[in-house]
Structure formats: C-alpha cells, structure tokens
Design a protein around this ligand. Structure first.
Ligand code: FRU
Ligand code: FRU
Ligand code: FRU
Length: 491
C-alpha cells in the first residue's frame, strides 16, 4: 500500500508459524505502528477524516435506534459460536450476550457495574425486513446475584462485575460462557484499597427455546480458569492498572482436537521498571526515521506494554488451562489489545484485536478501531494488516486531539468515538457498539450496537465494502447466525 508521508520503514515479518508451545512472541513494533501516521493526510481540515477510506468505518448517524428499548446500556457483545467462530441459532432463535448496565448510571460509569445480559430474535430474517433496531428481545441477566462473586476469597470488594468473553455452544443447547470475573476493592472516594482482581472464568448453562421465547438455565456456578501469573502476564502487584481479560476460545486448524484461548494481557514487567528493546522498536539498520531504545524508554512509552495471551485447555470440559507465552506484544506501542479473536481464512490465521486512540504510547497515534495481523499459524511472526495493523478504524483526524467520549474535541471528526469493541464475524461482517457520536457542541452517547459493516479480508489486507447495506452501513445491531441447530421449521 502506498505510504504517503515520510517515516520509517515497517519491520519485515515472515508470517512463519511456530508450534503453539514455542517461546516466540511476534512484535507489533513501533516501526509498524508508525505506518498509521504515514497514511494519515496532514493537510486534512478539522472535522474530516485523515485516514484511508478503505480502512475507515462509514459515518454512523446520530439518530440511532436503541436495541434494548431503553432497558439497559449495551456495549461489548458476542454471539454463540463453535470452535471455528461460526455463529449459531438454536431452534430458530439467534442469541447474543452483551455487557449491560442500568441506564440510571452515566455511560462512562459502566465498567464497575457491568453484568452479562442476553438478547434473542428469530433467525433467517434479512436485516432490511427487521425492525430498525435489529428486532432483539432483551432476555435479562445471565447470572443471579451472588454467583460470580463465589470465586473471590476476599469478599470485601466494593464492586463485583462481569466483563467480556465469548460463548461456545454444544449439543443439546449447552453453553460454555467464558468471561472475565472482576472484583474491585475501592474506598468511598473511588481509590483502590488494593488492586482490582480480574480472572478468566467459565460458567456452564443451557438455552431453552419455547416458540419465540428463550430462557437460560444453569449458570449457577463459576469455575476460575486463570489468574495473571506475573511471568508472561502482568499482575496487579506489578501494575495496579494492568489489563487481563476477554477470553476467546477456538480450535487451531493445525492442531485438531485441542482448544486454545486468546485473551488481553500486558507484558509482565513491573510498571516502573518496564523497558522496550530494539526488537520492540523494529527499525531496519540505517533507517533515518529510527528512534533509539534509550529515547523511547525515556519518553513514557514504557507505560504501554500490551500483549495478547495464549492458553491451552488441559481437559475436555475446558475447566483446566495452562498459560503459553504471549503470541503478540505491543511494547511501547499500545497498552490495550482488547477482545482478541482469531479468524481462519484461506489457510491463514488472522488475529484481530481492538485498541483505543488514547491507549497508544507516546509517539504513536492511530484511530479507535479493530487492528489485525496475519500469519501461517496461531503463533506466527504476525504481519500487521495493511502495513500498520489498522483493519477498521473510526473516521478520525490524526491532526487534531480526540478529547474524551464525554468531551469530544470540536475539531475532531464527529465519528472519532462512534464505535468500539468491534468483533469480526463470518463473512467479514463486523459488529461494534456506539460510544459517542458528534463533538462537544453537539453529541449523543450510544450504549447500543452500531450498524454492522463488512470488510473484505484478503492476503495481508482488508478493505471496507461500501456496497454492503446503505453506503457500507448494514442493519443496526445485526449479528446474524450462519448455522442453525435444531432448526424446528426455520431455515
Ligand atoms: C507443531 C506445528 C509445527 C508448525 C506449527 C504450526 O505443532 O505443527 O510443525 O510450525 O505447529 O501450527
Ligand atoms: C478506559 C478503559 C477501557 C476499558 C476500561 C476498563 O475507558 O481502559 O479501555 O474498557 O477502561 O477499565
Ligand atoms: C472493551 C472492554 C473490554 C472489557 C470491557 C469492560 O470495551 O474494555 O476489554 O472486558 O470493555 O467494560
């Protein structure tokens, strides 16, 4: 792809696969991530998009419909899947899980109060024949009070919350719900008394469909799967604001019968002793735009050391897991590689993850969105898609500050916070939630799913399909099943 601005050359990546157990971690380098600014047009005026259209989500209008009919805030959402990421309906009903919170809270207060809820709707209806808001029925919360706090030995938490994950469906409507079980220990001023405690967890239940009604049973017990270890994955002792969450399970086509999990982590260095190496920077010898490790380490960029973790199941029930070394690090690039997932296509392994503009390290800039990497296996020398890693970003002007979702900069593109938490579905469809649309003079908070968009994924590139839906925007909250189990009359 043509890089238009002067800047460093990206790091060469071979895409070569290593065994899942190997101690090889691909690097999303600063040289790679600096390609983001090379494709941003420095002459773009305020409120316009400076990034390439082929990696930009079409602009979402402010008058969006609410999928929950005002019942709850909705953000991160995931479908019922199998080991290959196919999306299922059960007896003609599509089911999705979402983080939800009470609408009496401010949308930015949601993280400490998140609970997993579910929605359902009839399958097989084209998006343009559904109600505008996607036609979902809100089914309520998955867990009764007092279930997800069981795994915490220290019950003095101030907040006990449920964060993202993924759901696998098995014979007879059994569902294994992988999620992040979180306890916060805060005082009345909101200060941590001790670091928050996120753990990867599993709860098992069942889907029951009666006509058009969907009920969940079970989900009354939680198995703790993994806690950050401090060796591969940073702990709360090493950094109280560490990230460890968002389990996504799958089967590696190269190792049939084994179940793996990717999740969000940080490189396991103590916050104040963290450093980045020449390999994390990834410049080629003699590159006139190279930085030295010394200057990067002095810049504050060492506070941003995300990684994507890998774990392997040790039993068929998927209740026992072991850590493997991280498959990707983003040291001195970004602090959050959230909701990682794999898509397997054309013999390649595509690793996708979301990151915010605000979590990039000093000297790195890029839009909110989903980023992707391609390799020959689940542990590879991953090559960032489209040169930089950006797969689908919000329309953003990198020449101007972003502000915050509650105070979006007036010079920024009104879509800069429009969507987040993108999840890549079969056929390159991408769902996400609406955060903020507009700028300080006129903006609307979201809390419902955005229109689904479509990316074409080919080789080491992606591009937005503007022929999909209406100028590239498909149905609101459209998370369609591609496989129907126990069809009961539905196709
Ligand atoms: C070993 C292996 C290697 C290959 C890698 C790909 O388990 O099959 O031969 O490099 O895994 O996943
Ligand atoms: C900032 C943030 C988000 C994440 C949440 C977790 O809002 O870091 O990226 O969802 O807080 O605490
Ligand atoms: C992404 C995210 C997830 C986390 C959840 C918490 O939007 O930060 O990583 O599980 O939100 O609300």
């Amino acid at each position: 792809l043509p890089a238009v601005q002067d800047g460093p050359e990206p790091t060469p990546h071979t895409q070569e696969a290593h065994a899942p157990e190997d101690d090889f971690t691909a690097k999303w380098t600063r040289a790679d991530a600096r390609q983001l600014q090379r494709v941003s047009d420095p002459t773009t005026p305020p409120r316009e998009n400076s990034m390439p259209a082929s990696q930009t989500m079409p602009e979402v209008p402010q008058d969006f419909p609410d999928m929950s009919n005002d019942e709850v805030w909705v953000w991160d959402s995931w479908p019922l899947t199998d080991e290959d990421g196919n999306q299922y309906s059960v007896k003609g009903q599509e089911i999705i899980f979402s983080l939800v919170a009470d609408r009496s809270l401010g949308f930015d207060e949601r993280h400490q109060y998140a609970k997993i809820g579910y929605f359902y709707r009839e399958t097989g209806v084209p998006a343009d024949e559904r109600p505008e808001n996607g036609g979902w029925t809100y089914g309520g919360l998955v867990f009764d009070e007092g279930v997800t706090d069981q795994i915490f030995e220290d019950k003095s938490f101030s907040h006990q919350t449920q964060w993202s994950g993924s759901a696998r469906v098995f014979k007879g409507g059994e569902v294994k719900l992988f999620f992040t079980d979180v306890a916060f220990y805060r005082d009345a001023q909101g200060q941590d008394v001790k670091p928050y405690d996120p753990r990867l967890a599993l709860s098992v239940g069942k889907v029951h469909t009666t006509g058009k009604d969907v009920k969940l049973t079970g989900f009354n017990k939680v198995d703790e799967l993994l806690k950050a270890d401090g060796e591969y994955y940073q702990t709360g002792e090493q950094n109280p604001s560490f990230n460890f969450r968002d389990p996504f399970t799958f089967e590696d086509p190269a190792h049939p019968g084994e179940t793996y999990m990717v999740f969000e982590g940080n490189t396991a260095m103590p916050r104040d002793e963290a450093y980045c190496t020449e390999e994390d920077l990834g410049y080629q010898a003699g590159d006139p735009f190279a930085e030295t490790a010394e200057e990067v380490n002095a810049s504050g960029a060492t506070y941003q050391i995300a990684n994507i973790g890998l774990a392997k199941a040790k039993n068929d029930d998927l209740t026992e897991w072991e850590f493997l070394p991280p498959i990707l690090s983003a040291n001195c690039v970004t602090d959050q590689t959230e909701r990682p997932q794999f898509v397997f296509k054309d013999g390649k392994s595509y690793l996708f993850t979301i990151t915010h503009r605000g979590t990039f390290a000093a000297g790195i800039d890029g839009p909110e969105g989903v980023y992707g990497f391609v390799g020959d296996g689940i542990r590879s020398d991953f090559q960032p898609l489209n040169g930089s890693g950006l797969a689908l970003g919000n329309p953003t002007n990198l020449n101007y500050q972003q502000g915050q979702p509650f105070a979006p900069n007036v010079d920024q593109h009104p879509g800069a916070f429009q969507a987040y938490s993108h999840y890549v579905m079969p056929g390159g469809l991408v769902q996400s939630f609406i955060d903020t649309i507009g700028t300080n003079d006129n903006f609307v908070r979201g809390g419902t799913l955005a229109p689904t968009v479509k990316m074409d994924i080919a080789g080491d590139t992606t591009s937005v399909d503007y022929s999909y839906g209406n100028g590239g925007l498909g149905g609101w909250a459209d998370v369609p099943a591609n496989i129907n189990i126990n069809p009961g009359g539905q196709v």
